[in-house]
Ligand binder design. Structure first.
Ligand code: SR1
Ligand code: MG
Length: 435
């Protein structure tokens, strides 16, 4: 048997939402004094708090993030706000998302092994505050991809991360009572689930004020909305997202949720920001990684230069990711299947066949969700920089149109695509300049 650590020890207490009666948002001015009062943080930073440098660096859509540097070290303090940073106070959002993010980080650290998610140094539930190690020297993978840096390990690491975290939080690995308590605990992250339900599966498909697409794309968006098969398929994927509580998902596993050190022999990959964590279909996280690679591949003609070579490299990462996922999932199936689903006392010799069948189902889901996620980033609120930064708009729209057509094929035809490699071949055909 695989020497995995006991799978239930970080799961004795499902996430619970505390009172936020004493919540007070951090500010650059107040943060040193408040952080100095936290156990271990002052010692890690060293020196006098008045000498610490602090900057707010959050570039995500939801939260404030402070980097604090002292003479002996640095930390990253992430605090949820009672609203969505991207939009402002007119879009309230519960502070409880920090509780689910912390709970997910703890579980991922155990399930995926050391060094893949940031170490949590301090968690203050009532302040919606997570103090973590500062990932100095890392950059967001999305930016690295835009800069055409080639991190050979990022996609395989993400594939393995998905296998470890999804398998080990599911009924394949956990006892049924623990799994159900976990699912119930994370079900209270409903506000963030609803963001995904709206932004991914609903808003892009009708005239919603939050949508944000390149005006030149309007005729293709109209075509999409007129396509009954597309509308029915996306609602089927929404149904799957809302009802199939298979495993604890990261929930927002795009290329902006991974950080990398400079490409090369000792490159490192970290997975961050699981505030959308909840129990959902395994293929959702896998599909998110595929989608963001395909979106970057779609942007390549727009960035010019030797775009074909870079597109080929990016496309190769999708099969690398999938192969790493299936390889590790199959290994865990053989060595760490201690749950009450898919038991050998019933499967007998059919275990490997059952594993292949489950991976085939996850593949279908991953392809369908990938199409859904590509569409939302092109048509809906919160686009991706890979495409959004392309100029002029006509160039951007050409790349986005190709990506949207591919997305439609994935959403509608996921069941008839033979493999991730076949989808990648389709991407090579559909995302080239001549289409
Ligand atoms: C309204 S928040 C927009 C998006 O940012 C996050 O990264 C999630 O993907 C969310 O849908
Ligand atoms: Mg995020």
């Amino acid at each position: 048997m695989d020497q995995v650590s006991p799978l239930t020890d970080v799961r004795t207490t499902p996430p619970r939402v505390p009172s936020f009666a004493d919540y007070a948002p951090l500010s650059v001015a107040e943060a040193p004094a408040r952080l100095a009062a936290l156990p271990g943080i002052a010692a890690r930073l060293g020196g006098d708090p008045s000498a610490w440098s602090i900057s707010e660096v959050g570039d995500g859509n939801l939260n404030f993030v402070y980097i604090v540097n002292g003479p002996d070290g640095s930390v990253c303090a992430k605090q949820a706000l009672p609203y969505l940073r991207l939009v402002g106070e007119s879009w309230p959002l519960p502070l409880s998302r920090a509780v689910f993010e912390h709970a997910a980080l703890v579980r991922q650290a155990q399930d995926a092994g050391p060094g893949l998610v940031p170490d949590v140094l301090h968690f203050e539930a009532g302040q919606a505050l997570i103090v973590m190690e500062n990932l100095a020297g890392h950059v967001i993978w999305r930016q690295a991809l835009i800069d055409r840096q080639r991190h050979e390990t990022a996609a395989p690491v993400l594939g393995r991360f998905c296998a470890d975290t999804l398998f080990k939080s599911s009924d394949l690995a956990l006892d049924p009572t623990t799994r159900k308590r976990e699912m119930a605990g994370f079900a209270a992250n409903d506000a963030l689930c609803q963001i995904s339900e709206d932004l991914i599966f609903t808003d892009p498909y009708h005239d919603h004020p939050g949508n944000d697409f390149t005006p030149e794309l309007a005729p293709i968006v109209d075509e999409m909305r007129a396509d009954a098969a597309w509308r029915m398929a996306i609602q089927d994927w929404k149904w799957a997202f809302m009802t199939r509580a298979e495993a604890l998902l990261h929930g927002d596993l795009h290329s902006g949720s991974a950080m990398v050190t400079p490409a090369g022999s000792d490159e490192r990959v970290r997975i961050i920001d699981p505030e959308f964590a909840f129990y959902g279909p395994m293929g959702f996280d896998v599909g998110a990684v595929l989608a963001n690679l395909w979106l970057n591949a779609a942007s390549q003609p727009g960035w010019g230069g030797d775009w074909r070579a870079q597109q080929d490299w990016v496309l190769a990462q999708t099969t690398q990711m999938w192969d790493a996922f299936t390889g590790r999932f199959s290994e865990l199936w053989r060595t760490a299947r201690r749950g009450e689903a898919m038991v050998d006392r019933v499967l007998g010799q059919a275990g490997p066949e059952a594993c292949a069948a489950m991976l085939a189902r996850i593949q279908v889901d991953a392809l369908g969700f990938a199409g859904a996620k590509m569409t939302r980033r092109i048509v809906g609120l919160a686009g991706v920089a890979d495409l959004a930064r392309l100029e002029p708009p006509a160039t951007r729209a050409a790349c986005e149109a190709r990506a949207l057509r591919m997305a439609g094929h994935l959403v509608k035809e996921a069941r008839s695509i033979a493999s991730v490699a076949a989808a990648t071949d389709m991407a090579r055909d559909m995302l080239g300049e001549t289409q």
